[in-house]
Design a protein around this ligand. Structure first.
Ligand code: PLP
Length: 217
């Protein structure tokens, strides 16, 4: 597919869900993609991108920023505390705030730097042992802790288990966000962004459907 096809599918899903046009932000996930295909999407005017590794993002985006204005970068993958500073320097949003130690580190750095990206708390809605994220039952307390640290919590993020119906997980995330007074919902990827939009996604993270399969996959 192409960027414009994804954009029109998003517009269609917004309309079907009775949501205002433009209420969903498309994060083009450019991880592991060759520079030419990323640049092609930049040339089409898209400016919102996601990377799951800080290292890779640092090797790619400062360069693109020299040629293109207004790039908005989202870190969507697991974040080590020792990479937090670099992530905060590079990105306008971090979608993988998933533990107290990372929260206190980001809070300390935000004080020091006088700035902080928008933060999404990752929730392990499927309670999968191998997956990052706070458990649903622990999310309310973690949101409160992050707010007590003055962190700019924009919303919640999830990655549903591959073998389960994603809609159930999107609905669960939406419920947890609502009861915590959070507007942002980062959910939906190439295979299920339309379903995520129906459940209220404000940010969809779409990679392979825009760029094609990644190297090594
Ligand atoms: C890679 C990735 C995506 C995009 O996945 P696609 O299936 O290629 O759309 C979305 N979210 C996260 C956290 C990812 O790591």
């Amino acid at each position: 597919m192409s960027l414009s096809e994804i954009q029109s599918q998003i517009a269609k899903a917004e309309a079907e869900a009775g949501r205002p046009a433009g209420s969903v932000r498309l994060i083009a996930v450019s991880k592991m993609q060759p520079d030419e295909v990323v640049e092609d999407v930049l040339k089409q005017g898209h400016r919102v991108f996601g990377e799951n590794r800080v290292q890779e993002a640092a090797g790619k985006w400062p360069r693109f920023r020299e040629s293109y204005d207004g790039i908005e970068l989202h870190i969507i993958g697991p974040l080590q505390t020792n990479k937090a500073r670099q992530a905060m320097e590079l990105a306008q949003a971090i979608h993988s705030l998933d533990r107290p130690k990372l929260a206190t580190t980001i809070a300390r750095l935000a004080q020091e730097m006088g700035q902080c990206p928008q933060l999404f708390i990752q929730v392990n809605t499927g309670e999968e042992p191998q997956k990052a994220g706070v458990l649903p039952a622990e999310t309310d307390a973690f949101v409160a802790d992050c707010r007590a640290l003055d962190l700019p919590v924009a919303g919640l993020m999830c990655i549903p288990p591959v073998e389960e119906e994603a809609t159930l997980h999107f609905a669960l995330l939406a419920r947890i966000a609502e009861r915590n007074g959070l507007d942002g919902l980062s959910m939906g990827m190439s295979g299920d962004f339309d379903r995520a939009i129906r459940q209220g996604a404000t940010h969809v993270r779409v990679g392979s459907a825009i760029f094609g399969a990644r190297d090594g996959h």
